[in-house]
Design a protein. Sequence first.
Length: 402
Amino acid sequence: MMTPVLVSLPCRSCGMDGTRHWPRTMNILHATERHTRVTAGIAFAVNGIISQTSDAAQNLLTVGDTDIVLPPTTNHYFSNKSTKSSGPWRYAPGYGQLCERIILDQKIEAVHIHGAWTHPIFAAHRAAFRLGIPTILTNHGQFTAWALRQPNMIGAVKKRFYLALMTDRLFHRVSLLHAITPLDRESLHRLFPRSRIEVIPNSIDLARLDEGQTPEMVRPANDPYALFVGRLHPVKGLILLIEAFGRAKLPANYRLIIVGPEEDPTYATLVRKAIVESPRASRIELRGPVWDSAEKYALMRGAWVTVIPSHTEVISLVNLEASACLTPTITTPATGLFDWEEGGGMLVQPTISSITEALSISACWSDKERHQRGQASRKLVERRYSTDATGPLWMELYRSLV
């Protein structure tokens, strides 16, 4: 396994004495297919990058409107309804031409592309390539071994065919491939060994998360619950969690609260079936999505533990948010959080037996141990996964390309 290190780049904007200064504003264009709640993980990660690189002028290009609030001062461009993406490749006619016009009109200096499989991703790179503009591609975990096998054998074959078709047309042509975790970096290196790859993790703005909140919310002593927050999708391992919750050794009043949108209707049906068949069905609550941040953070602060048993993930923001709320989390090594147990979290394999054991162990924590784990989790996020830690890395990365 490759040594997990974060990118450290020579900064062209530092004086001989090490004083950091940005002599001018950069113009960055973020290009993605959608910026909506349907793709919440990618959308919020993009918002995070934009927010922590406020020294640069930020522009966002999407297909259609967005239902997620953008950071202030962001210029949002979207193709009109006549160029709305459609079909298996989500072909969006006019997307590339619009991208070229934005690059020229706004004097864009780097294009940051988010995604992998759809036409807008290819069109954005081709537009930048034609105009000699450097490009960064963040795949957001779509190249892990598990993701490449989904959703079935036919889907896996299609992805392999697309990779073979686009390796020299797209992935080897981008200026830089951004990996969010060391595991992501290893996957990219296997697929594209000639490419430049740099690692910067997902992060959260702790100051914004703490706005209007008390430093620590007291947990209801007689109402413990485990919390799952995420879309209802096979990648999240939710059915494994439901099965494990039914088998774990837990107090009689212990609950499981599931919060998230139903992205995959077929999988949502399977989730409901698993709940009905659980021996603890009456203790499982399926609440649907919670989009209000204050409400979500209140749920996290009140939980005994948050559980994210994903099959693959690129540093789940839910793990970071819950830990910032002083709630320890149970998650898997596949999330890329190689250092999670240095804080107060637990790493388990995405299997029913491993999750069952972790739930049983966590339910036996004393109030003091849970508090200590929550404090340790928060400190780890502050040190490695906060925007204060990653913002300077992003600015140096962008400037290394311009």
